[in-house]
Design a protein around this ligand. Sequence first.
Ligand code: NAD
Ligand code: WQD
Length: 339
Amino acid sequence: MTILVTGGAGYIGSHALIELASAGFDFVVLDNLCNASSEALQRVEAITNKCVPFVLGDIRDAGLLKQLFADYAINAVVHFAGLKAVTESVAEPLRYYDNNVHGSQVLLQAMVEAGVFNLVFSSSATVYGDPVEMPVSEACSVGRPTNPYGRSKLMVEDILRDLVVADRRWRIAILRYFNPVGAHESATIGEDPNGIPSNLLPFITQVAVGKLPQLSVFGSDYPTNDGTGVRDYIHVVDLAQGHVAALCYLQENAGVHTWNLGTGQGYSVLDVVHAFELVSGAKIPYRLAPRRAGDIAVCYANPDKAFVELGWSAQLGLERMMHDAWRWQKNNPNGYSNK
Ligand code: NAD
Ligand code: WQD
């Protein structure tokens, strides 16, 4: 079975390639490298000992997609390609809707024309907005994401639900990721953000290697154990394995299916800082800062549906997430431009 992996050179996509390869799937990667390096794919080749077919291009390029579906006998698409920086999405909403929503539409149209109806889509816990119940399950209402990025994910989810009503050939998995962190155990691939990281873990690891002076802890007056925000951090390898489980499920089941991919365990910002310090031996200087606009106090998954239906659950705990994030950063202080 051959999978088209859009955004396969990115953080989660590159880890997913390894899990797809070890589950016996063939694949071809489509990525425009707007937020990735082809070096990641070379490293995936070294880890898997397998050639990674790569097409440099954009999901919004209908002609290229037509050619790609003609050139490869693609059975399913795992669709990671997208822009994901929340603050950037507030400043440049049109760019986000064009890339994430219009890009997905072009891809879906090309799939219809090629007769490919199996899709795994990267969604986000952000579609729940400020969830009304915790842990948040797939049955919780969606609809009030706090930024254009989140709304772009929800719009694509809505398009996918509409597609299945219109045409019963579709088999679609919507995966709502919680907070992916960590890196492959080889420490040769990992998260390589552009500029100053906006996510917690890359910020911490860059403080640890001395690239940034100190962490700002956004908010210390939340109604949580220590006043700092609580999230469901999930190891990127566990997350990647969830995609294999979803693809296998789609082989047996038509329709649209939605799963949370999280651990079910919430940790505060200070829990994460302390766990990182323990594992790395590094001291993370921090200051308590005001809340960040748009942040919610607490968000963690009820992951039961994925366990029951996919037989998937996260296996790797916080310590392992910190360990792998640290090894990646330590061995690649400048990410993929390290060579
Ligand atoms: P990433 O930026 O590392 O990977 C996305 C990849 O898509 C990059 O390689 C980029 O070059 C590529 N890309 C972007 N637009 C493209 C386009 N128009 N055509 C072709 N390629 C394009 O991000 P990631 O963390 O690996 O995220 C993967 C997916 O998961 C994204 O859709 C993201 O929104 C979603 N997601 C990420 C997180 C997270 O915290 N990392 C959480 C929830 C959901
Ligand atoms: C985690 C916690 C911050 C940075 C975002 C997107 C979401 C998804 C994942 C893509 C929060 C605190 C952070 C820092 C801090 N992305 N923090 N200092 O906000 O839960 O989710 O990434 O889909 O859509 O919104 O993740 O890593 O930014 O923050 O104190 O320098 O760490 O306030 O409590 P978040 P995050």
